[in-house]
Every structure is written in C-alpha cells, then in structure tokens.
Ligand binder design. Structure first.
Ligand SMILES: N[C@@H](CCC(=O)N[C@@H](CS)C(=O)NCC(=O)O)C(=O)O
Length: 223
C-alpha cells in the first residue's frame, strides 16, 4: 500500500468488468457491504489518475479516503474482509480461508493455472510463428490447467462444498472468476470433464446473487 495525494471521499475501485482479478475484489467489497465507487476503465486508455495512484497500470486498484492505495487484488480482498467495523460473519470469510491448502490453491491459480489459461484462451498470442500448431498448443495448456488446479480443486470439493468448508470463504471468490473463464472457452468440453464437484461449485457461483451483483454495470454497482 502506498500513500497518494489523490484521496477520494469514499473508497474508489478502478476496475474492469471481465477481469477475474477485479471480479474477486468486487465480490469481496460486496460481501463486506462496504460503500465504494467503481470506475470502469478501458485497458488501452488507462485514466491518468489511476496511473498516478498506481503506476504499474493493472486493475483492480483501490484508493482509500485516507490516501492509501491497494494495488493487488488479493490485498483488496483481505482489506475488505478484515475491516474491524464489519460483522463477524464478514470477517469469517477471511478467517475460514486461512489454511495452508487454500494458500497453495490460490498460489497455483494466480501462477501456473493463469499461465495455462491465457495460452488456452489466446493460443494465437503465444504460438511462436510457424513452429507450434495452435490446436496442439491449446490442447496442451488446457490439459495442464486441469491437472494443476481443477483436479486438486475437485479433491477439495469432495471433502466439503466450499474451500471454506460448509460456508464459502475468500479463496472461493478468489479462484471462481478464473475457473469461470476457463470453462467459458469451450463450455461443452468443460461439461464433459469428470469433475462433478468443480462443475457444481462453478454453477453455484454463476447463479449466486453475489456474482450477479458484481457484474452489474459500475454506475449501478456503486452504493
Ligand atoms: N497481480 C495483479 C494482476 C492484475 C491484472 O493483471 N489485471 C489485468 C486485467 S485482468 C490488467 O490490468 N492488465 C493490464 C493491461 O492489460 O494493460 C492483481 O492481483 O491485482
């Protein structure tokens, strides 16, 4: 977190609707019931105020009224769910996530899984010209993605309905937007995977009021 001179009157989230990192941040702010303004950005034309607050130029970024800037999505999730004025039921979303196994899954999600997801989703961006057939590359990365994250996730969800146990936690909303993106590349292939718990978990989040609220247009979302 870094201080800035550009402090808004209430928390301001720079966001991009379809970005999975931004989705996890919006979901956490909504779970916490915190009032915030959301500014949707165009990735190719980042607003100068965003770049001034956070020169690295990724979203989400949360600028707080006291001038602090939180510029990593998981830090925003943590901040939202651990505010001391929130109900215990909100803070429990954070506390239930504090398990080594959850840290490991999140780490895989943001690292190896994201790597394979990007190459599965946009193979033409990553294929070295004339060397690798795009189809082969795509099949390789989607198989790797299943192996590194979805199979371990299936094993966890056999134990309990959520990564937080019988109730959801920060890790569920941290990972769900990425699994959603993976499933959406080729829904019928995803449906054919022998991962019933992952599919059930994903369907539950897709149908949840929390996800619907997080996908509202920013003007409707700010509250
Ligand atoms: N580690 C960052 C990653 C955020 C990220 O990569 N966001 C993407 C959008 S999904 C972005 O802003 N990319 C910058 C760009 O495309 O110019 C976080 O957790 O917040």
């Amino acid at each position: 977190m870094t201080p800035t001179a550009l402090a808004p009157s209430r928390p301001l989230l720079y966001t991009y609707r379809r970005c999975p990192y931004a989705m996890r941040a919006r979901m956490a702010l909504l779970v916490a019931g915190l009032a915030f303004d959301a500014q949707e950005i165009v990735l190719r034309e980042k607003p100068p105020a965003l770049l001034q607050a956070s020169p690295k130029g990724t979203v989400p970024v949360l600028v707080l009224p006291d001038g602090l800037v939180i510029e990593q999505s998981w830090d925003i999730v943590r901040w939202a769910l651990t505010q001391p004025d929130r109900a215990e039921s909100v803070q429990a979303w954070w506390h239930r996530a504090q398990r080594e196994a959850n840290d490991a899954l999140l780490h895989i999600n943001d690292g190896e899984f994201k790597h394979h997801l990007d190459r599965y989703k946009y193979p033409e961006r990553f294929a070295a010209a004339g060397h690798t057939a795009v189809d082969g590359l795509q099949a390789h990365h989607r198989a790797q993605a299943v192996q590194v994250l979805l199979e371990p996730l299936e094993a966890r969800l056999v134990e309990a309905d959520f990564l937080g146990g019988q109730s959801p936690c920060a890790t569920d909303i941290g990972i769900f937007p990425f699994v959603r993106q993976f499933a959406a590349v080729d829904p019928s292939w995803f449906d054919s995977l022998p991962l019933p718990r992952v599919k059930q978990w994903l369907a539950g989040w897709l149908q949840s009021p929390l996800f619907a609220a997080c996908m509202l247009k920013p003007s409707a979302q700010a509250h």
